[in-house]
Design a protein around this ligand. Structure first.
Ligand code: ZN
Length: 316
């Protein structure tokens, strides 16, 4: 009996180390942070969670910050809100270090200093970070955050924030010309073009795919240190675009940390194409581990001619 027990536990240990997928032990822990955004974080977070979990690679938690102030408040309500808000923020202390990767779906009030310090330490010491769409609008006055995102938009960003990053004549150009950071024309479908096909995130993927209806973020500006552009999209002047190939998928090295910056994904309708989903999941895996094991889809699932959709299941 004892021999059998030893045999079984040895077998279990063997399985755990050799074939972790059998026990589900290989799942990476991801934390989506949301709670305030000029975008509909409450509808995009479930889609992000679905994309990551559906890949089979992630277990996903969500940490939602206290709400921002309502737009209109009477003087008496303001004092009450501030009191309640301070108490809620005092309790919001996500344990970043419990996770392999943080997915930022947040653009709103300043985080408490203690959280900012923990977040900086987490990324600098090798944590993974994914910046999803309007998360690059956040915290224009937080220098360390701006280094993590590489480039961002709005919030008073301008030439003092750093250059715009452009793809011209087959290479990256830092464009220092003055002007506000962050713009986009009306939403439309557009082709995303991979510019670095040797990076683990993009290796083996089709070079171009037609992305679902979305804003085409343009004129993002920032320190752009240690930044690699993986994919761009052409901001067509016919769609009130800049006429530039604007960076859409980027990586940034911050200390020992890895950042994947995905400028795509304005709304759930912008998150239905396989190309978006695959690059998000692979980028998140890379941010978490520095490697990508998630397979490339079939070439016809990332077509440059039509938007190939994979819709999340309807809400229960
Ligand atoms: Zn948007």
């Amino acid at each position: 009996m004892k021999t059998l027990q030893i045999f079984l536990s040895a077998g279990l240990i063997f399985l755990t180390f050799s074939c972790p997928s059998l026990l589900g032990a290989e799942k990476l822990k991801a934390l989506i942070v949301d709670g305030q955004n000029n975008h509909s974080w409450a509808t995009t977070t479930p889609v992000l969670k679905w994309i990551l979990e559906e890949s089979g690679r992630f277990a996903v938690d969500v940490s939602t910050t206290p709400p921002g102030a309502p737009k209109r408040m009477l003087p008496g309500q303001k004092a009450e809100f501030e009191k309640t808000s301070a108490a809620l923020w005092a309790k919001w202390r996500p344990n970043f270090s419990d996770y392999d990767v943080i997915v930022a779906n947040y653009a709103g009030d300043r985080w408490p200093d203690e959280v900012r310090v923990a977040f900086e330490r987490y990324v600098r010491n090798g944590g993974g970070l994914v910046i999803f769409h309007a998360a690059d609008n956040a915290f224009p006055d937080w220098p360390e955050f701006n280094e993590m995102i590489g480039v961002g938009g709005w919030g008073g960003r301008n030439e003092k924030s750093g250059p715009m990053i452009r793809w011209r004549d087959g290479k990256i150009v830092r464009d220092e010309s003055p002007g506000p950071g962050g713009t986009h024309g009306p939403q439309h479908e557009y082709v995303v073009e991979i510019r670095d096909a040797e990076h683990p995130i993009t290796k083996g993927l089709p070079k171009r795919w037609l992305h679902a209806i979305d804003e085409l973020y343009s004129k993002l500006r920032g320190p752009a240190k240690n930044l690699t552009v993986l994919a761009t999209a052409f901001a067509d002047p016919a769609k009130r675009g800049t006429g530039e190939h604007e960076p859409m998928l980027m990586t940034i090295a911050y200390g020992k940390g890895r950042v994947f910056h995905d400028a795509l994904g304005h709304a759930p309708a912008s998150m239905v194409d396989v190309g978006f989903q695959v690059t998000l999941a692979r980028g998140t895996e890379w941010a978490a581990t520095g490697k990508v094991t998630l397979p490339a889809p079939k070439p016809e699932e990332m077509s440059a001619d039509k938007v190939v959709k994979r819709e999340p299941p309807p809400k229960p």
